[in-house]
Each structure stands twice: as structure tokens, then as C-alpha cells.
Ligand binder design. Structure first.
Ligand SMILES: C[S@@+](CC[C@H](N)C(=O)[O-])C[C@H]1O[C@@H](n2cnc3c(N)ncnc32)[C@H](O)[C@@H]1O
Ligand code: SF4
Length: 371
């Protein structure tokens, strides 16, 4: 079983904080779809695999049309075994979710919708340069629920340098009865408009605001029966995101489209983050648009620590012992002694992060990985 990711590299406009790969040349979606289907045809080593989940991410996958989606699903069906009822997610921007688009998505094999809301506050959305309004976000969620998309996630961002509070977004989220939430702390990525504004002293980021927001999030969501099951993810009724959970459990995945990553055993592949060069590489019928690396044991140990500790399934010390050479196990046990005991808990061989540990997860990883 393997998870499958498709990267759709188009957005209507650039959000101030974002460094994901996308282009605003929306007239290239047809060319992209053709190249993507050709790439799937070229990647023979994964043909006939049984898929555990499918995830359309971006960019903005909801910019594709009916014919393009159908071409992609037909190609996937030709090359993979897709068991019935596996999770098939699409990331969506609220402004694309017209009743017609929602009906189309419902007729296609998608059974989970992840809507990028970011905030329900109009001033915050304008500051982020989002392509939708707060009203559109709320409307798109209600419409999605009306037509039967109950397996629904929304993305929110906290730690925004505005006077508005995360409280308003949380209250709206609760009122809309959403089963899964991804809530990310605003990060300043190099070369983004946000980084530029900070460099020029037009924006300041307040660490204290992020900590205050985090406290409000934890309090509000735990009081309302959400389980904090991964650093940035919360759900009700055990509705864990299957595709992403499989990353955190260390399962293999294959990614198609510009900038998509793949993991097959110790191999890590990465597609080029440039649409023109991707189209050209694919049409040359080679895999020249892709770099491939075999991770050494230390890199795999570091990856093991970071992925396993993110989620509630935790890190199995015996698994670590059996997977890596003995000195990695010794290093881990030694490093664990230096870790703040309030940041993790241990039950037999299973180590999981506490709420505090999740808050300071980057410091936990730094303490346990091998430099
Ligand atoms: C790559 S986006 C794709 C989803 C879709 N295009 C959208 O924006 O609604 C996935 C999510 O990553 C989060 N994200 C992207 N850049 C971020 C940053 N610098 N800091 C915090 N969250 C970020 C946003 O919440 C976004 O919804
Ligand atoms: S956050 Fe989403 S919509 Fe905004 S630029 Fe990034 S990928 Fe595009």
C-alpha cells in the first residue's frame, strides 16, 4: 500500500506568507494535466501499486475543470489499484467552491474536502492577500455540508500580527460543526512578501501573540471535544486524516506534479519546482525533471524522530532499536536524558509528546536528531 499525492501548481494570487510552489498562469492547467498524466505513465516503478489514500494538494487543485479531473482519475485507474472507500482528499479555496464546483467534486471520487480558510476575520484575510472573503469561506463550508461533504477539514493560521483574535475564527469553526481542523502557526518563509515586509520593518511578528493564541486554541478545542492528535491537527470522533497520518507513521508515498516529493524505502525523489521545466522534462520521456537520493542511515534516523514524534501514535523505541544500527539507539537514549521531562511521556516502549512538547516540538527534534 502506498499514499498518492498530486500537486496542482496554480493559484489566483500569492498569499503574503506562502512559499509553496505555484504559478498564477491559469491558462496552463490543460498543459499541466497532460504532463501530469504523462508523468504517471512514465513512473513505471510504482505501477500496479495498491493505493492507501489519494490527496490533491497545491497550489489550488479546485482550479481544474471537470474534463481535467476526469483525465487524471482515468489515468490513475489505468495504472493503480484503487480500493473502494479509500480516503480521496482535495484541497479547496473557498472562492472556487461554487454550487456547480461542489456538485462536480461530489460526482468525482473525492470523499474528503480540505478548505483553506486561514481566518474568518475579513481584515486578516485582506492582510494575507487571500483571494476570498470571510463570508465566502462560511458560505462554501455550509454549501459543502449541504451537498454531503461531511468529511471536512479547514485550515486556519494563528500568530497573525493583527489585533484580531484567533477566538473569532474558533467560534465560527465551532458554530459550523467541522470535524477536522489543521491550525498552523504563521511561519516566516524566506523570499515571501511577509519576509520582505518584516525586513523593511513594516510588519513585526510577536512570539508572545503566537503563544497566547496557542493557549486559546488548546483551551477552546479541548473543551469542545477535539482531540489534538498531531502538532497542527485536531479532530472529533477519531476522524484522523488518513493520508497525512500515514506520513507520520512512516509509510511510503508517491507524488506527481511539479515540486511533489516521493518516498519509497530509503529513496527520496523530488520533482522540479518549475512548471515549464517540468512540462519539458516530461515530454522528453525521461525522468530528468526529478532528483533522486538514497538517504543514509543518519538521515533516515533523523526523519524517523521527526515524523514519529509529531503525532499521537508516537515513537516506538523497539522499532527504533530494530530499524537502526546500535549506536543510534544509544544516542537516542542519551539524548532523551537531556530532554525536559515535561515535554514527553513514556509508556513501555512508546514515547509521545505532551501538549508542552508539541508546542516546543522544534526544540524536541533538535535535542534528539543527530547533527
Ligand atoms: C499550501 S496551502 C494549499 C491550500 C490552498 N491553496 C489554500 O491556501 O487554501 C496549505 C496550507 O498551508 C498553510 N500555510 C502555507 N504557508 C504557511 C505559512 N507560511 N505559515 C503558516 N501556514 C501556512 C495554510 O494554512 C494553507 O491552507
Ligand atoms: S496559501 Fe494556498 S492559495 Fe495562497 S499562495 Fe499558497 S498555495 Fe496558493
Amino acid at each position: 500500500m502506498i499514499g498518492l499525492y498530486i500537486h496542482v501548481p496554480f493559484c489566483k494570487k500569492a498569499c503574503i506568507y506562502c512559499d509553496f510552489h505555484f504559478s498564477t498562469k491559469l491558462n496552463q492547467t490543460e498543459q499541466f494535466t497532460n504532463a501530469l498524466c504523462q508523468e504517471i505513465h512514465l513512473q513505471e516503478r510504482v505501477h500496479k501499486e495498491t493505493l492507501s489514500s489519494i490527496y490533491f494538494g497545491g497550489g489550488t487543485p479546485t482550479l481544474l475543470d471537470s474534463t481535467q479531473f476526469q483525465a487524471i482519475f482515468t489515468t490513475l485507474q489505468n495504472y493503480f489499484h484503487i480500493p473502494p472507500n479509500i480516503e480521496i482528499t482535495i484541497e479547496a479555496n473557498p472562492d472556487d467552491l461554487t454550487p456547480q464546483k461542489l456538485n462536480l467534486l461530489k460526482q468525482l471520487p473525492f470523499n474528503r474536502l480540505s478548505i483553506g480558510v486561514q481566518s474568518f476575520n475579513q481584515r486578516e484575510l485582506a492582510w494575507m492577500n487571500r483571494s476570498h472573503t470571510a463570508k465566502q469561506a462560511e458560505y462554501s463550508i455550509k454549501k459543502a455540508q449541504d451537498i454531503g461533504f461531511f468529511n471536512l477539514n479547514i485550515d486556519l493560521i494563528y500568530g497573525l500580527p493583527s489585533v484580531e483574535s484567533i477566538q473569532q475564527s474558533l467560534e465560527k469553526t465551532l458554530a459550523l460543526n467541522i470535524s477536522h481542523l489543521s491550525i498552523y502557526q504563521l511561519t516566516v518563509e524566506p523570499k515571501t512578501k511577509l519576509a520582505f515586509e518584516i525586513e523593511n520593518a513594516r510588519v513585526t511578528i510577536d512570539e508572545k501573540k503566537a503563544l497566547d493564541d496557542h493557549q486559546i486554541i488548546m483551551q477552546t478545542l479541548t473543551q469542545n471535544n477535539y482531540e489534538h492528535y498531531e502538532v497542527s491537527n485536531f479532530c472529533r470522533d477519531k476522524k484522523y486524516a488518513v493520508h497525512n497520518s500515514n506520513y507520520w507513521k512512516g509509510f511510503d508515498y508517491i507524488g506527481f506534479g511539479p515540486s511533489a516529493h516521493s518516498k519509497i524505502g530509503a529513496l527520496r525523489m523530488c520533482n522540479i519546482s518549475n512548471n515549464q521545466r517540468y512540462y519539458k522534462g516530461v515530454s522528453a520521456q525521461t525522468l530528468a525533471f526529478q532528483t533522486q537520493e538514497k538517504l543514509d542511515e543518519q538521515a533516515r534516523y533523523n526523519e524517523f524522530i521527526i515524523t514519529r514524534l509529531r503525532a499521537k501514535w508516537g515513537l516506538d523505541v523497539l522499532d527504533l532499536k530494530h530499524t537502526f544500527a546500535p549506536h543510534f539507539y544509544q544516542y537516542f537514549n542519551q539524548a532523551l536524558l537531556s530532554l525536559n521531562p515535561l515535554w514527553y511521556s513514556r509508556e513501555d516502549q512508546l514515547i509521545t509528546l505532551t501538549e508542552q512538547g508539541m508546542l516546543f516540538s522544534n526544540r524536541v527534534y533538535l535535542a534528539l536528531i543527530m547533527a
